[in-house]
Design a protein around this ligand. Structure first.
Ligand code: PBG
Length: 330
């Protein structure tokens, strides 16, 4: 058997042209979805302390970011509202107000850019509830599944009516994908897609996000009765299978890097596009590494995003989307 010295795997790595030719995974701006935080007002930019480099924007700023995304070749933005405190209540009723911040942001982007960009919206009650949970609480303080599903359907419908292209339930209630799909069909929203947060874990990596949507101080307890146990992998495949059967167009795994094994398993098991969410805590970890002088931001960003694609992801939601797109566009 001819081995070394005939066989040298370093041979193809010796030059840049050769490395480019043998590269298995190619990351492009079209692989990126850019999450944006919306806030009230006009001309407002509020930096988020725990997410250095990320701000909440009022509608004018949100439209400017969406235009920036188009210019960079980013196909889709994901919207999250920082609902004013006085509009939050026990049932998250502001979530199905057709004039809420989220719906106004969807309309503002669609009026300015039409189909030049996709708008993905989060379906869950946590930015709207006074208790910070994603659903409605029963008398015992348990997040009640079926009542929450009804509320989520109402929320998804106002988002679709405002022009959302993709609704993305992130609540982890049972049966919500089927309920949302059926309601969308009934209302004639046949081409509104559903990206299901199918395998969403009860993770310690969401802290900065909760600051960004103003729910950190409100949340008591945790989300372990609905979000998945980080120890479980097989269960993620069951979640994904159910969401596909219920009508999801694509599925998501969240958080990202610590769950690349799940991305890989979903990709191998199912013929459905799988997206990964590099969440707020992951972004903050990269920024902290850069601030501490222990890593190069550009290199960390491109390496981590490429790893998602190598694992089988169709795309990645990341707060580093504009930076990554700039780097990729050269
Ligand atoms: C809301 C939601 C969360 C995230 C996206 N949608 C937070 C949570 O479940 O508590 C987290 C995103 C991030 O950390 O970047 N259901």
């Amino acid at each position: 058997m001819s081995q070394y010295p005939h066989l040298r795997l370093r041979r193809t790595r010796a030059t840049a042209w050769s490395r480019a030719m043998y590269r298995e995974t190619v990351l492009t701006p079209a692989d990126l979805i850019w999450p944006l935080f919306v806030t009230e007002g006009q001309g407002v930019e509020e930096p988020i302390g725990s997410l250095p480099g990320v701000s909440r924007w009022s509608l004018d700023g949100i439209v400017a970011r969406a235009k920036e995304a188009v210019a960079l070749g980013i196909p889709c933005v994901a919207l999250f509202p920082n609902t004013p405190a006085q509009l939050r209540d026990d049932t998250g009723s502001e979530a199905h107000n057709p004039q809420n911040l989220m719906c106004n942001a969807i309309r503002a982007i669609k009026d300015a850019l039409g189909d030049d960009i996709g708008v993905l919206t989060d379906v869950a009650l946590d930015p709207y509830t006074s208790h910070g949970q994603d659903g409605l609480l029963d008398d015992a303080g348990y997040v009640a599944n079926d009542a929450t599903v009804d509320a989520l359907v109402g929320q998804a419908l106002v988002q679709a009516a405002a022009g959302a292209d993709i609704v993305a339930p992130s609540d982890m209630m049972d049966g919500r994908i089927a309920a949302v799909r059926e309601a969308l069909e009934d209302e004639g929203h046949h081409n509104v897609q559903i990206m299901a947060y199918a395998a969403k874990y009860a993770s310690a990596f969401y802290g900065p996000f909760r600051d960004a949507v103003g729910s950190r101080g409100l949340l008591k307890g945790d989300k372990k009765t609905y979000q998945m146990d980080p120890a479980n992998g097989a269960e993620a495949l069951r979640e994904v299978e159910l969401d596909i059967m219920e009508g999801a167009d694509s599925v998501m795994v969240k958080p990202g890097l610590p769950y690349l094994d799940i991305v890989r398993r979903v990709h191998e098991e199912f013929d459905v596009p799988v997206f990964a969410y590099q969440v707020s805590g992951e972004y903050a970890m990269i920024e902290a590494a850069v601030a501490a002088g222990v890593g190069d931001r550009d290199a960390l960003v491109l390496e981590t995003l490429t790893a998602f694609k190598r694992a089988g992801a169709s795309g990645v939601l990341t707060y580093h989307a504009p930076l990554a797109a700039k780097l990729l566009n050269g």
